[in-house]
Design a protein around this ligand. Sequence first.
Ligand SMILES: Nc1ncnc2c1ncn2[C@@H]1O[C@H](COP(=O)(O)OP(=O)(O)OP(=O)(O)O)[C@@H](O)[C@H]1O
Ligand SMILES: [Mg+2]
Length: 227
Amino acid sequence: MEILKIEHLSKIYGKGETVVKALDDVSFSVQKGEFVAIIGPSGSGKSTLLHMLGGVDRPSSGKVMIDNTDIYSLNETELAVFRRRQIGLIYQFYNLIPVLTVEENMTLPILLDQHKVDKKQLQSIVDALGLDNRLNHLPNQLSGGQQQRVSIGRALISNPSIVLADEPTGNLDSQNSSEIIDMLKMFNKTLKQTLIVITHDERIALQADRVISIEDGRIAKDEVIRP
Ligand SMILES: Nc1ncnc2c1ncn2[C@@H]1O[C@H](COP(=O)(O)OP(=O)(O)OP(=O)(O)O)[C@@H](O)[C@H]1O
Ligand SMILES: [Mg+2]
């Protein structure tokens, strides 16, 4: 089943002399449960692409369909709700809220939706991430690897259909880096969540089912590694 379909996506930043075509007519689709790595040189448009897929920033032209919803046909409020429920975003620098505890950071998307936290589901994510004895800590009382695990927990708490990660291990040593990737892969396999990861690390890219290379805002290569 096709969970994501991108058609003729372009993004132009700036105007006149400072204009940058960050994405140039990109089209592809992703099957439910697929693990896709996105690679490419610095400035090639990888983060721009992820922002367009994640509903963070509107494209200049083109379409993003997630689970048959044309996300940019939604208004801002609808898009914010859609994003919170269907898309899990993970960044290089965690983006946790410093004054909230680990548990509060992780459950924030649920509370913003005015839903009740499913304690059993929270516990199973906390256990899988090895954060059980850190729930009342603040982000600055955690290691980088632990902070990234909290941000993964926050991304997964709404049980999204797609998880998007922009260099999730870019700030971590190799030990923490492989633990984080193992966890993302484990959730990808057990929860059948579609996983799209931007990485500069070839060892990570080679663990994906498929590798898409971006160059100058275009798809330069799209290779299936594991059918
Ligand atoms: N908000 C913005 N305003 C203007 N130009 C931008 C903006 N964001 C990105 N760009 C430009 O768009 C191009 C693509 O940037 P992008 O951040 O997507 O690259 P990237 O592939 O993620 O690079 P890196 O590997 O360094 O993170 C770059 O030339 C960048 O300068
Ligand atoms: Mg980037």
